[in-house]
Design a protein around this ligand. Sequence first.
Ligand SMILES: Nc1ncnc2c1ncn2[C@@H]1O[C@H](COP(=O)(O)OP(=O)(O)O)[C@@H](O)[C@H]1O
Ligand SMILES: [Mg+2]
Length: 318
Amino acid sequence: MNDLAIQIQDITKIYSSNNVRAVDSLDLEIYKGEIFGLLGPNGAGKTTLIRMIVGLLKSTSGHILFDGEELSVNSTKWKYHIGYVPQEAAFWKNLTVYENLNVIGTTYNIPNKELKERINHILEGLYLVEHKKKLASKLSGGMQRRLNLAMGMVHDPQILMLDEVFVGLDPQTRNYLYDYLRDFASKDNKTIIITSHLMEIVDALSDRVGILDLGKMLAVDTPENLKNTHGKGDILEIEVDKEYDKNLITKVEKSAKDLVVEKNEQFIIVKTLNAIAKIPEILNAIEDEGFTAVDVKLTKQSLETVFISLTGKELRGD
Ligand SMILES: Nc1ncnc2c1ncn2[C@@H]1O[C@H](COP(=O)(O)OP(=O)(O)O)[C@@H](O)[C@H]1O
Ligand SMILES: [Mg+2]
């Protein structure tokens, strides 16, 4: 009856130690079966929000509902329903991969035989089978990240929350994590929330994206729609060889379809969809006016450009 996995209603978190309003009157609805990406720069409030959703941090005010129901802090539903993979390592370094998963699994009262099967299944999916007898401390960084993920999934949760799990992963590990997570979400209508300050990851993996900054949700939509609504297209920065005036801007504007052209000192800034195809006409128009382009920089439309257009600053301030 209910397609919503999580309803976040007017949630605020003010840390009392420093009075920082880390999450500010935030509303958000997350659907069953979707991969939801929470994108924002460091300090935006992603971890704070995630920790409130998983019940590790008490909100200052507001409500969070699962399947339309507000849970009390020690609710067993909370424990069995949700998996949480934190930013930091959440395993025992002096246990082997298998032992780690076995210990965490027993805290969920999973019958032995079933637990064994589940662990093996997860180890296969995350390419950890041949490392299962290794001490966690002896694993490479990428393998430790995968073990961390496995630790949050042993109990086969309905909702999985992943906080910055893609940091420092090589492209290959990243790609099979993508596949693994997509497969997980498409099974049984499961829900995944990922946080990241890396827009390529959020863009590639998420069905919908929420853009967070300073504790506020600035926009929520599919990556495609966000780019089309807020992204104003690719950005071309063309540096010309000498001072120019409005006349050149007007000429450039007319050189191809749907260009938004601005002057920024010696640069001509052109915003448009599919800029690559229009570069020759634009450069011709500049030359016809007696100017030479000495440098051309193209920034393809991305969630980064969406973020810039929403906040006026770059995502990667760190
Ligand atoms: N335990 C804490 N005590 C006080 N302030 C905190 C604490 N955790 C985070 N903050 C502050 O809250 C804001 C949001 O932090 P965080 O949720 O960690 O953001 P993100 O995960 O997006 O990087 C930041 O200004 C941060 O300094
Ligand atoms: Mg964080």
